[in-house]
Unconditional design. Sequence first.
Length: 92
Amino acid sequence: MSETGQKSPIQRRIAANRVAALGLFGIIVGGLCAVVAVWVYASEDFAPKGLISVGVGAILVAQGIIARLRARELVKKLEQEHGVDAGVQKPR
């Protein structure tokens, strides 16, 4: 970090990308979890305890969507402060 305690644009872009990646992971894993849970729930004659797994999958998907929206806001704020493509590293 710099002397003022502010992170550089590159650090902020990396942090936003990390939030977006974790959000995508949550959406994918939560979606798979929900699909498998529904399949198991249906194959076990709709036992009530199977709804918990479906709920966990739905919560993971919701968390992933919220994280992706948060990452979009972080990038938007960064680009408002430092310009378009702020913090993007150029390939060598």
